[in-house]
Design a protein around this ligand. Structure first.
Ligand code: HPA
Length: 238
């Protein structure tokens, strides 16, 4: 039991899929895992442990933004001996070559956030995905023939703002898209010496002002969930 997760020791698997939304965690557990068991519901941030093709996997919610994923990922790494976290989320496309529903495997997170500096004294505004899970995702996607973009993304601290145009820092680093969590996840994994990756589905085209409708969301996110689960399956040695 940690401050924000009430699972007992041993109730969380070494590999965790981490969507932002607790209802997405519930959907994955109930629709895609066998024998899912709810192991924590503190603050309604639901965590489940079950099986995907006989391999034990946990899925839980990170909440939104660096501070929230910073708390959950740190407790998972340090109090539940989790060695790999794969964040699965949505993003808004900056790159005009991206289309709604496209998938991105995040190579590096670029951010104006002070999270890494204040938490761990890491001064960089660019933090790479950690360990080799990024490569496993690319290998699995290539084996399956599933299209995947790879590159840098912008982890923003703000969803609403009065600023015109895209973040200069994000443009300087050719960020494909914007989300709000990878930077803190990668910072924690780097500090703890653990594995972290992030898969994103494009839910908004920012310049074209298009977005996936709420009705489309559940189905739209299935390919990303499938790729994350297949990656987990590929990595776990029985
Ligand atoms: N901004 C930040 N995070 C997001 C967005 C966005 O436009 N779309 C999906 N996640």
């Amino acid at each position: 039991m940690s401050i924000h997760i009430s699972a007992k020791p041993g109730e969380i698997a070494p590999l965790v899929l981490l969507p932002g939304d607790p209802l997405r965690a519930k959907f994955i557990a109930n629709e895609l895992l066998t024998n899912p068991r709810l192991v924590s519901e503190t603050r309604n941030c639901l965590f489940y442990t079950g099986y995907y093709k006989n391999k034990q996997i946990s899925v839980g919610a990170s909440g939104m933004g660096c501070p929230s994923i910073g708390i959950y990922s740190y407790e998972l790494y340090t109090e539940y001996q989790v060695d790999t976290i794969i964040r699965i989320g949505t993003c808004g496309a900056y790159d005009p070559g991206l289309r709604l529903f496209d998938l991105i495997n995040v190579k590096e997170a670029v951010s104006e956030s002070t999270f890494a500096l204040h938490a761990w004294g890491i001064h960089d505004s660019v933090i790479e995905c950690q360990g080799d899970v990024y490569n496993t995702i690319n290998t699995v996607a290539a084996q399956k023939g599933w299209p995947l973009h790879c590159g840098a993304i912008h982890s923003s601290d703000v969803f609403y703002s009065n600023q015109e145009g895209f973040s200069p820092l994000a443009m300087q680093h050719n960020c494909l898209a914007v989300e709000m969590e990878s930077f803190a996840l990668f910072a924690n994994a780097k500090h703890c010496g653990k594995n972290a990756a992030c898969l994103l589905t494009v839910s908004d085209l920012i310049a074209a002002k298009q977005k996936i409708s709420p009705d489309e969301r559940e189905k739209a996110l299935l390919p990303m969930m499938q790729l994350a689960l297949e990656t987990a399956h590929h990595r776990i040695i029985e």
